[in-house]
Design a protein around this ligand. Structure first.
Ligand code: DON
Length: 573
């Protein structure tokens, strides 16, 4: 059965590589090229509601956001509440010791982005990791950048929130002090990183009671984190960046040889920036500018692909080859040119021009181009988390936040109960050498005091051809974030997939270096992969990746879709 279905599909793909599948009956999987045995089909978690929707990497956090909306909060109130709640109920990535990016679109059309990315401490220097070994930028005190999350969430609320700040942070405080019930995803996740968490006494005490991850169904309490959140409730950002919490961060740094000092904390600011705006086949996409590379790099990929009209069918050799070449070129530019705009000039306008995309498209022939090879390190388990919110008035927030690795540096601030990030590894810690994600980056992203490390996070908001709010989306996944959000948008716009199908569909990713096209598990037909190999692509078959949390407008309201690869869920009303 499987083979004959596959070969029929293959024949279609190979014979009609330029043929887009534009007229799909609702409910029919449109994706020729997905291996029929692909296990994620119809596995996305779907929530539907007429007025408002929240999707997040933890269903508990989504419920918090939905309740804030019901109580009259707007999308920003809900996003801030979800952000703090995730720091409690999704500790692998939700955080107050990390940073993130938020894209906000108000119903009146105003769009703003907020950059609350971590910064390098004042004592950091370009070559600080060259002698200490690559692990120093990943695990332990030296890996942490100055956290941005509390500055970002409080600033978003100050500018756009409607409810009192105490009301939006209160659910997180309750979840920390009263506890919440651990589900399978969270218990497993803590278990997977236990060998790192056990290295630091406060992490061990918090996350590994009796040296075991909290059992599924048990109530997990974090009283110290609750007290830290109360300090933020009572004093806002100053409750974190000054006072006893700041003192505990500095003491933790001294204990473990880290660099963050009191002046670094007091100086931290979130920054409002104009969004990246991309037009794609009549749609308008708002996404994150540097210090995230997400918007620019995804825009470059979309601009190149827009020139292929009609798009080749999903899963076809023609499509995957062109995508790989477009991604290769966009990542080459990313790794070379992009960095913190406070430190380097980012040639955003040129990289995002349709003329430049046309030049790049002309270079793409029938065979794979070549980029120099290297061996990427294995890397630790990584985690970030994304949440999307639409309120009853049509305001939308798309927010991605991270500690970088799962559980960040694995260091919990003693007495304050929260994990510190290992975001320093997102710099070119050794320019020209691969980082944890195999990214090879240059001087634009070299370490300097106070500089923001380049990110790939791509929180995005899409308008339809009538300029109406249509799709809110984002995901974790390191550099693959960029290509995943490209895929979600292209799957919906080009391949006419329903959002759940677009999220379930197997993913492919190229990031210039390492020079291979990564494909998810058994998602694509072996014959297609063989044809790509024959064109010169190194194919790397990997496990699944990402946790897309997306909301789409429907004729009756909003549909939230949570990636079957993660442990999230949606809640609306
Ligand atoms: O900012 C970045 O690009 C990375 N720190 C994101 C890491 C990540 O998404 C890991 N999650 N799977």
């Amino acid at each position: 059965m499987r083979l004959s279905a596959a070969s029929v599909t293959l024949a279609l793909i190979l014979l009609l590589p330029g043929c887009a599948r534009r007229s799909q009956a609702p409910g029919v999987t449109p994706a020729a090229g997905i291996d029929p045995s692909w296990p994620l089909t119809r596995k996305a978690r779907i929530a539907e509601a007429p007025k408002a929707m929240v999707v997040a990497g933890s269903p508990v956090a989504s419920n918090v956001g939905r309740d804030i909306l019901r109580r009259g909060g707007n999308a920003v109130d809900a996003a801030v509440a979800v952000g703090f709640a995730l720091a409690v109920v999704h500790p692998e990535a939700g955080n107050i010791g990390g940073g993130g990016f938020m894209v906000i679109r108000l119903r009146n059309g105003e769009v703003q982005t907020l950059d609350y990315r971590e910064t390098a401490p004042s004592g950091a220097s370009r070559d600080m990791y060259l002698s200490g070994g690559s692990e120093a930028s990943v695990t332990g005190h030296l890996a942490a950048g100055v956290p941005g999350a509390v500055a970002g969430l409080t600033e978003a609320h100050r500018r756009y929130g409607r409810l009192p700040f105490s009301a939006v942070i209160e659910p997180a405080i309750r979840l920390a002090t009263d506890g919440f019930v651990i589900d399978d995803h969270r218990s497993r996740s803590i278990g997977e990183d236990s060998s790192r968490l056990v290295l630091f006494p406060a992490s061990r005490a918090t996350f590994l009671p009796n040296d075991q991850p909290p059992a599924v169904g048990s109530t997990f309490r974090q009283p110290e984190l609750g007290a830290t959140l109360e300090a933020v409730r009572d004093s806002g950002a100053a409750g974190f960046y000054r006072g006893w919490v700041a003192d505990l961060i500095v003491a933790e740094m001294k204990r473990g040889g880290g660099l963050i000092n009191a002046a670094d904390l007091a100086a931290y600011r979130a920054i409002w920036r104009d969004p990246i705006e991309i037009s794609y086949r009549g749609h308008t996409i708002y996404s994150m500018p540097p210090a995230s590379s997400g918007g620019v790099t995804m825009g470059e990929i979309l601009n190149i692909m827009e020139g292929y009209s009609p798009m080749p069918a999903f899963g076809s050799v023609a499509l995957m080859h062109r995508e790989a070449e477009a991604m290769r070129r966009a990542f080459t530019d990313r790794n070379r040119y992009l960095g913190d705009p406070g430190f380097v000039r980012n040639p955003v306008e040129r990289l995002l021009s349709k003329e430049y995309a046309a030049e790049l498209r002309k270079q793409i022939g029938e065979q794979a181009s070549v980029t120099p090879k290297f061996e990427a390190g294995a890397g630790a388990g990584a985690s970030t988390t994304h949440y999307s919110v639409v309120d009853a008035e049509g305001n939308a927030v798309s927010c991605t936040t991270t500690l970088n690795n799962s559980y960040g540096s694995a260091v919990t601030v003693t007495g304050a109960g929260f994990l510190l990030n290992d975001e320093m590894d997102d710099f070119a810690t050794s320019p020209g050498q691969p980082n944890m994600y195999g990214l090879v980056q240059g001087e634009a992203n070299a370490i300097a005091p106070g500089k923001r490390m380049l990110s790939a996070m791509t929180p995005s908001i899409v308008l339809d051809r009538a300029k109406q709010l249509y799709l809110v989306t984002g995901t974790p996944g390191g550099p693959r974030i960029i290509t995943m959000i490209y895929h979600v948008i292209s799957n919906v716009v080009d391949h006419r997939m329903r959002l759940a199908q677009a999220v379930e569909a197997p993913r492919n990713h190229h990031q210039a270096l390492p020079d291979s096209l990564r494909v998810e598990g058994s998602g694509f037909l072996p014959e297609v992969l063989d044809s790509l190999r024959a064109r010169g692509h190194g194919i790397s078959v990997q496990g699944t990746w990402g946790d897309v949390e997306a909301i789409i407008r429907t004729p009756t309201g909003w549909q939230g879709v949570s990636d079957p690869r993660g442990g999230g869920g949606g809640a609306g009303y």
